[in-house]
Ligand binder design. Structure first.
Ligand SMILES: NC(=O)c1ccc[n+]([C@@H]2O[C@H](COP(=O)([O-])OP(=O)(O)OC[C@H]3O[C@@H](n4cnc5c(N)ncnc54)[C@H](O)[C@@H]3O)[C@@H](O)[C@H]2O)c1
Length: 112
């Protein structure tokens, strides 16, 4: 039985830590996953990786995915995202906020 029988929401899910987190939820048997990012092509890739992980894992069956572009720096977009996920799945049980940029790197690149 999965530890994650509820609904997971992951921001920054198009790459890096967010993508790995989203795939990990699927691998551990979570069947309702919402993913969001600015990068829509990356979200498509993550959605495929989620379904692949679910097939490979002991917990068989497709994962229901809610996927949408959101700028997490815009409060109205975040509110809209939360409303949309709750409308789609009825609830949110786990949230991983992985969206972000490396400010140190940006400063270094601007100075360089
Ligand atoms: N990778 C590390 O070792 C590490 C260590 C410490 C902290 N962090 C921090 O964790 C965060 C994620 O790191 P990562 O390595 O996964 O980076 P990443 O660049 O691979 O992923 C970040 C994701 O966030 C998305 N994103 C950026 N701004 C957004 C916005 N306003 N709205 C929605 N999505 C947005 C990007 O499109 C990208 O897909 C970053 O803030 C990073 O600085 C990373």
């Amino acid at each position: 039985m999965s530890l994650y029988r509820g609904v997971a929401l992951i921001t920054g899910a198009a790459s890096g830590i967010g993508q790995a987190t989203a795939v990990s939820f699927a691998r551990e048997g979570c069947k309702q996953i919402a993913i969001t990012d600015l990068d829509e092509a990356g979200l498509d890739e993550t959605a495929k990786l989620i379904q692949d992980a679910a097939k490979d894992a002991a917990h068989q069956g497709d994962v229901l995915i809610h996927q949408e572009r959101t700028n997490v720096a815009a409060e109205d977009e975040v509110s809209g995202l939360l409303d949309a996920v709750v409308e789609h799945f009825g609830r949110i049980d786990y949230a991983a906020n992985c969206a972000g940029r490396d400010r140190t790197l940006n400063v270094v690149m601007k100075q360089g």
